[in-house]
Design a protein around this ligand. Sequence first.
Ligand code: FUB
Length: 324
Amino acid sequence: MAKHLIKNIYTADPSAHVFNGKIYIYPSHDIESGIPENDNGDHFNMRDYHVFSMESIDGKITDHGVALHVKDIPWAGRQLWDCDVAYKDGKYFLYFSLKDKNDIFRIGVAVSDKPEGPFVAVSDPIKGSYSIDPAVLEDNEKDYYIYFGGLWGGQLHRYRNNKAIENPAEPADAEPALCAKVAKLSDDMLEFAEEPRDVVILDENGEPLKAGDHDRRYFEGPWMHKNNGKYYFSYSTGDTHYLCYAIGDNPYGPFTYAGIILTPVVGWTTHHSICEFKGEWYLFHHDSVLSGGKTWLRSIKVGELEYNEDGTIKTMEGKTPWKG
Ligand code: FUB
């Protein structure tokens, strides 16, 4: 069963990685800023990130304090959303979602010598970046791929073919669903090395999932992990509140829909990462149990993730007792 990890502040969107033999968690830091809840996500008005580490899953969790604050990001407008971190050649790169001064979500990068930060933001967002929820895969210890994108407040429906469109809308129900995006990162880790591509998810007939297939189509919160040579692309279905996954043979896909990892949690959003530590697999995610169900005040959790013999993932129940 999953347990809450942090009870003194609200945290969400946990990206977990193993660096130097410890688990490092990079969550969003939820706060009560008094902005009323709306479909644009204005109530998620976060201003900084804290980094956490653990030497064992059941051990003490260390809060390393503020690793990056919005006031120290030169191009910042508002709303620091989900982030992720990758390590290359002695440096740690923190990729973050933030609205610029025109209220457009972009993806930024900040750099540190240490996994816990503090991180120093690069002066501009990644060229050609848009939308939210960066997640980085290190593949074969040499290539790095960044996945991103989120509908509604995450603004993904405002783009087609990587360009802003005049009349933002989701496709009609019978059209192919909007996809998360993936791009290889440049050698210096600070830019896209190519135009972002669609992360296509196929159904059981080899057809791309349709926009009306709300129980299975991509909404936000991408994550990529590898197991036994297969690439597992996992994500949130947003308005139907599932964490789902799809399996492919390479970082770009296509991926074939494979099932539900986690049924809906308490709270509107569901967002996760998957991490192997000391031979066991773990699901990090969040719910709104500790705030009594407030969607914008979430708390991160961890639970064991299990595979079936055929490489599929066992479905877990998202609702846990309200005492947390
Ligand atoms: O935390 C703000 C947003 O809520 C994230 O970027 C989304 O994935 C959702 O969890």
